[in-house]
Design a protein around this ligand. Structure first.
Ligand code: ADP
Ligand code: ZN
Length: 524
């Protein structure tokens, strides 16, 4: 079997050898066993079901959530001479009937199908006949994290996929995903009845990606332009928080002479598809997008992924940045964030419709991400740690490893900031609080008589940027929270008390001076 697999890998797919755990996974499934595969984006998951489907009798059925992804895969397989087809809503009745005939005639090696289509009575009946006839080689469940309600790609139909196992227990199943922290992993196994499946957990490390986090100045476009200047003529993706931001950032980049295109769910379909095509086919296009863009995009030479706004979770962040450098060449993952992002996301969670339990989970995920952003330690260690993977020593390829940040004892500054919040009545945002601390007599300060406060001018030793950093880190650490209904006025949380009482010390990351423009290239 192993020789047959290797032979097929070479002759049909043109690869000299297996990568990572591919060989073991192929052997497992080809041998009729179930498998649960966790592999980072670009790791080579497709071969893990394509090869066993070719090695076993009958057709392999692949459940895939995205039509565009299916079509790309089928196209690529056909070019290799593999008999592949897909069934989804984009086919007309005649074309669909032809695919069904091919399946029953045993003329298909692989059939890709959308979950909602698979679950129809008509399709299940078709499978029954195929199983009784030429046989079903395997069921592959791609993007298996869609079964998890906590993930960002929840697809309710995925929950019903256990029907495959119930109806055809003799057909091996393989579930694959690139996104799964420990709880999601458990949920996948449980929801898909794969508790007994062999698990293959690849290293999630992407050593060629350099991680970097910077503080946002204003809306972050200056820093972004500086960053992209270091990637002239290269393809990249810029993720932004909302459709409006996408439009705006794309425009700013275009004005700066960058070949940038927008992509978000609010655009007309043709326009979106056209932009995607250009990104995939042309060199050096920068796609500015919401997270609607990317799942299943297989462009190997994306040299950078930039986030101009804070993503929602480490998991999402890792998946998005994983689209950089799939060819193994040096690539960069760059993230800029500021106090506004923290406030925005906290607000989004609070105002959401989700139940209390879910909100708490989202808060924990956000906190983990903030911890990552503010960390002075190796970024890679932090990211991999989130996926339960240890990384030996420092990576040497992230901003904190390359240029270790200084930290400082921020206990006193924090105490000044917190008491300023308290003395001014917990009614003001960071900008005004900084004016009070630095003793800047603005109109607003005078109107409220804030020159009279005991905290007036006690922070003249730090500049605006440093104070912004203090407030941001206090919000990130949960000592302050922003009141959305009152123009993001900051107020104390219970966590602030030990600091005010002198029972707790704090260390802060030193803000990089604004003038430093690091333009070293990834891997340079
Ligand atoms: P994933 O689905 O895990 O994101 P893919 O299956 O799309 O990854 O594979 C990513 C890229 O790696 C593809 O271009 C694929 O051709 C290539 N690839 C996969 N396995 C191998 C291998 N054993 N040798 C060489 N290239 C491979
Ligand atoms: Zn590092």
């Amino acid at each position: 079997m192993e020789n047959a697999a290797l032979e097929l890998l070479r002759t049909t797919f043109g690869h000299p050898g297996f990568r990572g755990e591919q060989a073991e996974i192929v052997a497992c499934v080809a041998g009729g066993n179930d498998a649960l595969v966790l592999m980072p984006t670009g790791g080579g998951k497709s071969l893990c079901y394509q090869l066993p489907a070719l090695l076993r009798d009958g057709s392999g059925i692949v459940v895939s959530p995205l039509i565009a992804l299916m079509q790309d895969q089928v196209e690529a397989l056909r070019q290799l001479g593999v008999r592949a087809a897909c069934l989804n809503s984009s086919l007309d009745a005649g074309a669909a009937a032809e695919v069904e005939r091919d399946l029953l005639a045993g003329d298909l090696d692989l059939l890709y199908v959308a979950p909602e289509r698979l679950l129809t009575g008509r399709f299940l009946h078709l499978l029954e006949r195929a199983h009784a006839g030429h046989g079903i080689a395997l069921f592959a469940i791609d993007e298996a994290h869609c079964v998890s309600q906590w993930g960002h790609d929840f697809r309710p139909e995925y929950r019903q996929l256990t029907i495959l196992h119930e109806r055809w227990p003799d057909v091996p199943r393989i579930a694959l995903t690139a996104t799964a922290d420990a709880p999601t992993r458990r949920e996948i196994a449980e929801r898909l009845a794969l508790e007994d499946a062999r698990r293959f957990v690849s290293s999630f490390d992407r050593p060629n990606i350099r991680y970097r986090v910077v503080q946002k100045d204003g809306n972050g476009s200056r820093a972004l332009l500086d960053f992209i200047a270091g990637h002239k003529g290269e393809s990249g993706i810029v993720y932004a928080f909302s459709r409006k931001r996408v439009e705006k950032v794309a425009e700013q980049l275009q004005l700066a002479g960058i070949d940038a295109l927008p992509y978000h769910a609010g655009m007309p379909n043709e326009q979106r598809a056209a932009n995607q095509r250009r990104f995939l086919q042309a060199d050096g296009v920068v796609m500015v997008a919401t997270i609607a863009f990317g799942m299943g995009i297989d462009k190997p030479d994306v040299r950078f992924v930039a986030h101009v706004d804070l993503p929602k979770s480490i998991e999402g962040y890792y998946q998005e940045t994983g689209r950089a450098g799939r060819d193994g060449e040096p690539a960069e993952a760059w993230l800029s964030y500021g106090l506004g992002d923290v406030v925005n996301l906290r607000q989004l969670i609070n105002q959401g419709e989700a139940g209390e339990e879910r909100k708490q989970l989202e808060v924990r995920k956000l906190d983990a991400l903030l911890g990552y952003c503010e960390s002075t330690d190796c970024r890679r260690q932090a990211l991999l740690g989130w996926f339960g993977e240890a990384h030996e020593g420092h990576c040497g390829n992230c901003d904190n490893c390359i240029d270790p940040p200084e930290s400082w004892d921020g206990t006193e500054a924090a105490r000044k900031a917190l008491s300023c919040v308290y003395r001014s009545g917990q009614r003001f945002g960071a900008g005004h609080l900084i004016d009070i601390l630095r003793g800047v007599a603005t109109d607003k300060v005078q109107r409220f008589g804030h020159e009279q406060l005991s905290t007036w001018g006690i922070g003249a030793d730090l500049d605006v940027r440093q104070w912004s950093g203090v407030f941001r880190q206090l919000v990130a650490a949960g000592l302050l929270e922003a009141d959305v209904d009152r123009h993001n006025a900051l107020r104390l949380t219970a966590l602030a008390t030990p600091v005010l009482r002198g029972e707790r010390t704090l260390r802060f990351r030193k803000e990089a001076p604004r003038s430093t423009r690091r333009r070293e290239r990834a891997g340079a």
